[in-house]
Design a protein around this ligand. Structure first.
Ligand SMILES: Cc1ncc(COP(=O)(O)O)c(CNCCCC(=O)O)c1O
Length: 446
């Protein structure tokens, strides 16, 4: 993108084998002090990052198609974000908004009210992580409705805390042996067009879920439905058109709070400010995190004032929620998204990448589905001529990509999805190089 200035050379360049000696030494040290339960997708350690590249401690310049799991949309060292952080941190790092409030928090709330779908009166609360935002969205929904039950969907991912684990579908690695989980969470079938054997339309899939809600839970017991407009960790599943609007309409008609979890899809990632816009749905509460603050830890719930303002004073908060440095970063990141029109840039990335992924799928017999929106794209890998997931091939592709200097993430309930989550500021040439690497690897492995 010619109007973005990069600090680091935007190139894929390997100067050692991966991992290099310094990364290997760090891994040895890590083993002696960091719990084994914390995994890392790649065995190299970052020393620098900018635009579409991560440079490791051995000087290898890698193309980043992961953005730290959809976080560094504006890049990992956007100059505007860096300057805003430097400015703020020199004044104060923390006062606790629940003790001594500060303008940055209010300004972020004003931005979110303007940017999120819907022209209704809104209120915002800021937190630190996506899971915290989800937890609090459910708290608000339960208090505001006086109901307990919550519906989540197959293949959902909502976090790693106790309630969000209950909402998350996949057991290993997220939930296994960490129970018991929060009660009153019900799981319903998702619209998964590639795997909906009976080829359900979006509305039919929604009616299937609605029937179960009415028969097994009862609308008058149901506080909230929570869903990702595009399911992220579950496999970049884009529901069939009509699924989401049908659920929203039913929820509205039955006093059920509709929560859109846009932690992964939000802030330009899918080619719009929020993924809800693609089907013009207006959630009652939206949860946000990841891309919103240029890499600084910040999350939020923004929702209908009449819901959030039902909570008693002091009922929502937390020590670090809406940290002033993170708020400064968010204001700068949002400005960068506007300045570089990153929703359009995400759509441009799709225009460049999607046709190539679709052509690759037509060429080889192991890509069962290509899907996604904007710069949230995915290929689902299957055994030739079947829909049987091929997790081993998927893992091999990601491993080979790293060997070639491309950071590529997998996901999916069946571990068989390669996902593309490049920084939205990645240049066309670098993206082209990464796509060529992927094409070559897939062809070589099938
Ligand atoms: C939709 C959606 N809601 C909530 C969350 C949780 O956000 P936190 O900031 O990780 O708590 C996510 C985080 N997704 C990546 C988690 C990766 C991992 O932990 O292995 C999400 O995608």
């Amino acid at each position: 993108m010619n109007d973005i200035q990069y600090r680091l050379p935007q190139k894929r360049a390997l100067v050692t084998e991966l991992p290099g000696p310094k990364s290997a030494a760090l891994t040895a040290r890590r083993r002696a002090t960091v719990a084994a339960g914390v995994g890392s997708s790649v065995p190299v350690y970052a020393a620098d990052a900018d635009g579409g590249v991560v440079v490791d401690v051995d000087g290898n310049s890698l193309i980043d198609l992961g953005s730290g799991i959809a976080v560094t949309s504006v890049g990992a060292s956007d100059p505007a974000v860096a300057e805003a952080v430097r400015e703020q941190v020199g004044h104060f790092t923390h006062t606790c908004f629940m003790v001594t409030p500060y303008e940055g928090y209010v300004r972020v709330a004003e931005e979110l009210a303007a940017l999120t779908p819907g022209d209704h009166e809104k209120r915002t609360v800021l937190f630190n992580s996506g899971a915290e935002a989800v937890e609090n969205a459910i708290k608000v929904a339960r208090l505001a409705t006086g109901r307990d039950a919550v519906v989540a969907f197959d293949h959902a991912y909502h976090g790693r805390t106790n309630l969000t684990m209950a909402l998350t579908a996949k057991s290993m690695p997220y939930k296994a042996h960490f129970g018991p989980f929060a009660p009153e969470v019900y799981r319903l079938p998702m619209s998964y067009p590639y795997r909906d054997q009976d080829g359900l339309t979006g509305e039919q899939a929604a009616q299937r879920a609605i029937s179960q809600m009415e028969k097994q839970i009862g609308a008058d017991s149901l506080a909230a439905i929570i869903i990702e407009p595009i399911q992220g960790e579950g496999g970049f599943i884009v529901p069939a058109e009509g699924f989401l609007p049908t659920l929203v309409n039913w929820a509205r008609a039955n006093g059920v709070v509709f929560i859109a979890d846009e932690v992964q899809t939000g802030f330009s990632r899918t080619g719009a400010w929020f993924a809800c816009e693609h089907e013009e749905i207006v959630p009652d509460i939206i949860t946000m995190a990841k891309g919103m603050a240029g890499g600084m830890p910040l999350s939020a719930i923004t929702g209908r004032a009449e819901l959030l303002d039902k909570v008693h004073p002091g009922g929502l908060g937390g020590t670090y929620g809406g940290n002033p440095v993170a708020c400064a970063a968010a204001l700068a990141a949002i400005d960068s998204m506007r300045k570089f029109d990153l929703p359009a840039r995400a759509q441009h990335i799709s225009d460049l990448a999607l046709p190539r992924l679709q052509a690759l799928a037509a060429e080889v017999g192991v890509i069962g589905d290509v899907r996604g929106r904007g710069a949230m794209l995915a290929m689902e890998f299957v055994k030739p001529g079947t829909t049987e997931p091929d997790a081993e091939l998927t893992k091999a592709i990601a491993a080979r990509a790293l060997e070639q200097g491309v950071i590529l993430l997998t996901c999916g309930t069946y571990g068989n999805v390669i996902r593309l989550l490049p920084p939205l500021v990645i240049g066309d040439d670098l993206l082209d190089d990464a796509l060529t690497v992927i094409e070559q690897i897939v062809r070589s492995l099938v």
